[in-house]
Design a protein around this ligand. Structure first.
Ligand SMILES: [Zn+2]
Length: 384
């Protein structure tokens, strides 16, 4: 076998072993050999390299099979840490996580129509602050994942920010030049979908659709365990599917787009009077007090969401549709309305096989998705 091929096989074997340890930790060398089909000496030499590199370590003793007790191998989740930051239209939410995605610190703040220089300042200050909180570890900060509500092309450049004043095309390079670690930029809905796939209650599902309802609506699509991004990285702009072909003009150029009716902005606009701009928290508080106008507004919100979900269900036949929205997660009336309305509109076969769930990771879903992109990249590089 040529040397280049041998190196590739070695790398693939090491990644295979690392993945098995990650998923089945603690595990013995003998079990690794059984699961991977690799012979014991290959497993042993790869394991030694992974131990030397601090990616795994040995612990006590495992279950005996009658002979000598095997030493168990454990993934070293504290070998390094990553930072994930979700820059929303009106919020910023950041986390520091270990290599298994456990959050060790989270911070969020409110954004108010920030300019590019303000975003840069807030972002840099948060990352510099986070770095002081990262525990001592062999690899320290292994990367930063950022997600934004906008279009990102395959070079990870930001192409379009529909609802924000700031637009920093090469945000990736800007952050890399400041912090000297790998930086990944992803669309917020894609990151959220990936977060739910890797760390959420749907991690064993192969096909899920994640709908993020904020100022706009973004959709992340997981098909056969992979994020589906489209040819240019622009998939999931389902917030701009036409709900009413004669409807009002949208910022995207189309008319009657779904997000004009079913976004959180649409809900707040419909409910607030000219004299008073209500916050989402206040609507939920009113609904909890059985305020009729608030309950009606939330029911309408659920109704408009259900129209888009019906189209999504008919398109994808997914295992689960996950809804990420603070109001949906804090008052049951919206999800109940959506379920009733969807069930009256789609074929019962589809309805019975697709679960409609609120996000299990809540507001941290996109930041955790960004973290998992960093971790994937780090562990892939580690195996080479
Ligand atoms: Zn539109």
């Amino acid at each position: 076998m040529p040397i280049a091929d041998q190196a590739l096989v070695k790398k693939m074997n090491r990644k295979l072993i690392l993945d098995e340890i990650l998923n089945n930790s603690p595990i013995s060398r003998a079990n690794l050999s059984e699961i991977t089909g690799l012979n014991k000496s290959t497993v042993s030499s790869q394991v030694n390299e992974l131990i030397e590199k601090d990616f795994i370590f040995e612990i006590g003793t495992g279950q005996s099979r009658g002979g000598r007790r095997p030493v168990m191998l454990v993934f070293n989740k504290n070998a390094g840490y990553s930072i994930g930051i979700d820059i929303g239209v009106d919020y910023l939410n950041g986390v520091i996580a270990d290599l298994e995605g456990n959050i060790i610190l989270e911070k969020s703040s409110v954004l108010s129509d920030s300019s590019a220089s303000e975003i840069k300042e807030i972002l840099f200050a948060l990352v510099h602050d986070f770095i002081t909180h990262i525990p001592r570890s062999p690899y320290g900060l292994v990367g930063i994942g950022i997600c934004i509500p906008g279009l990102i092309d395959s070079n990870q450049e930001i192409i379009f920010m529909p609802n924000s004043k700031w637009h920093i095309k090469d945000l990736k390079r800007l952050i890399e030049n400041e912090f000297h670690v790998p930086v990944f930029i992803e669309n917020e809905a894609n990151a959220g979908a990936y977060g739910e796939k890797v760390f959420g209650t749907t991690k064993n599902y192969e096909n899920i659709i994640y709908i993020s309802i904020n100022v706009g609506i973004g959709v992340g699509i997981i098909i056969n365990n992979e994020l589906y991004k489209g040819v240019n990285g622009f998939s999931g702009e389902i917030g701009h599917m036409t709900i009413d072909f004669n409807g009002p003009k949208c910022s995207c150029g189309n008319r009657g787009c779904w997000e004009l009716y079913a976004s959180e902005k649409a809900l707040l606009d419909s409910f607030s009077t000219e004299a008073k701009n209500l916050l989402r928290k206040e609507i939920v508080e009113l609904a909890n007090k059985n305020d009729v106008a608030a309950l009606n507004a939330l029911q309408n919100f659920g109704f408009y969401i259900s129209i888009g979900i019906t189209n999504i269900l008919n398109t994808f036949d997914a295992q689960a549709i996950i809804l990420r929205n603070n109001i949906i997660e804090s008052h049951p009336i919206v999800l109940n309305t959506i379920k009733n309305e969807v069930s009256s509109r789609v074929h019962s076969h589809l309805e019975n096989t697709c679960e409609l769930l609120p996000s299990s990771l809540g507001k941290n879903a996109p930041a955790l998705g960004a973290v998992s992109i960093v971790i994937d990249h780090f562990l892939n590089a580690a195996a080479s």
